[in-house]
Design a binder for this molecule. Structure first.
Ligand code: NIG
Ligand code: FE
Length: 386
């Protein structure tokens, strides 16, 4: 069954063979065959199809690939946010508040909460989402968080090394042994990735390295939280280990930028975090100009950033991080897919999955130009409108 989407005022293809970053086609059409894109081009040249949908001049872009989120949790930290807005700084220790609430929640409560947040993301154009564990921090609670996440996505990440839980506070080394031993063993069947929070107040570079290497030995690929709260060794560790992505990158020294460029590790910027913690925004411009691949993601979590909106992150990246609208859209789609090592999503070219967003606007620029406005008119996943 084929569907011809026509009347597309502007189509973002992200075709890497195009001359421009977004591979833009104006007055475009796109043919969906089953789950995949079968054809893209000028509407005037479009082939016939079983069904026709006229989009009346709206823009179409690849669905957002949100490569960083922490959706499996219970409770909220609205009071912590309010205190921050009156001057209390963000600290990693707040994670323990959510750990207590998450452990106390039932499987059903966690599952329905994730379902709600994933639905919220879908309405805002996200078609692929990565979901981490990290608020269980026991063998049982990490494995169940990942089992819950797996019901919603293949991109699940084991983050047992999120923070040292209160019961291990006086023996962090024993906790790292637990994470790299029995916890990893229980988590690995439900996870594709392994992650750690390499930061003062969480895990140092040696601990993060031990976690990442143990994960790799268990068949998981690495990604890392680093340089969020201050400069540190995490970004260089990620580059040295050739990880797919290193996320946050709020505080970067020149040596970090050089290491990212030389390794090809993607820098995933999470501007919602700087918004919600009142930290300085990192410069996307500096990274892109240095030749680093930059992705954008939401980091949706109850502590440092409780937004599920990639359009909001795009607007922030443009306004606060020196990125052009085209760079920000590319970072939230094509680069997001690369950050997850996915070559089947992130672009609208023949053979890729037909995951797309129809905007109630004539061009991708409106995502930053009209911040806070719900512009996503339709979200399609694998060839079907949701
Ligand atoms: O990505 N940095 C570590 N983890 C989350 C925040 C977790 C929390 O505050 O609950 C983040 O910002
Ligand atoms: Fe995070």
């Amino acid at each position: 069954m084929t569907v011809l989407l026509t009347g597309i005022g502007e189509l973002v293809t992200n075709d890497p063979a195009a001359d421009d970053l977004l591979g833009l086609v104006e007055d475009a059409a796109l043919v969906v065959d089953g789950r995949q894109v079968a054809w893209v081009g000028r509407a005037a040249d479009a082939p016939a199809a079983d069904e026709l949908v006229d989009l009346g001049g709206r823009a179409v872009l690849p669905g957002f690939v949100d490569s960083h989120s922490h959706l499996v949790f219970a409770g909220d930290r609205a009071q912590e946010f309010a205190a921050r807005m009156s001057g209390t700084p963000y600290a990693a220790g707040g994670i323990r508040t959510t750990v207590a609430a998450t452990r106390a929640a039932t499987d059903e409560q966690l599952t329905s909460h994730v379902a709600r947040l994933v639905e919220e993301m879908r309405r805002q154009g996200t078609t692929t989402v990565e979901i981490k564990s990290g608020y269980g921090l026991t063998v049982h609670d990490e494995a169940r968080a990942l089992a819950v996440a797996r019901q919603f996505t293949e991109e699940t990440t084991f983050l047992g090394a999120h923070v040292v839980p209160a019961e291990h506070a006086d023996d962090p080394a024993a906790y790292v042994d637990l994470v790299t031993g029995p916890m990893l063993e229980a988590a690995a069947p439900h996870a594709r990735w392994i992650d750690a929070f390499c930061e003062r107040g969480a895990f140092d570079a040696d601990q993060a390295r031990a976690v990442l290497l143990a994960g790799e030995a268990a068949g998981l690929r690495g990604r890392l939280h680093a340089n969020q709260l201050g400069p540190g060794p995490g970004v260089r560790l990620a580059a040295e280990l050739g990880l797919a992505a290193v996320d946050h990158c709020t505080y970067l020294e020149d040596a970090d930028v050089d290491a990212l460029r030389d390794s090809g590790t993607i820098a995933t910027l999470l501007p919602g975090v700087e918004f919600s913690t009142r930290q300085p925004y990192p410069s996307g411009r500096r990274l892109i100009d240095a030749g680093v691949r930059v992705a954008l993601a939401s980091d949706c979590n109850p502590g440092s950033c409780f937004t599920s909106s990639v359009p909001f992150c795009i607007a922030l990246a443009v306004r606060e991080m020196g990125m052009t609208p085209a760079e920000a859209v590319h970072a939230a789609t094509y680069r997001g897919a690369e950050a997850l090592d996915r070559h089947d999503v992130g672009a609208l070219v023949p053979g890729r999955r037909a995951d797309l967003v129809v905007l109630d606007a004539p061009s991708h620029v409106h995502l930053a130009y009209r911040p806070g406005v719900p512009l996503v008119a339709q979200t399609w996943v694998a060839g079907r409108a949701l």
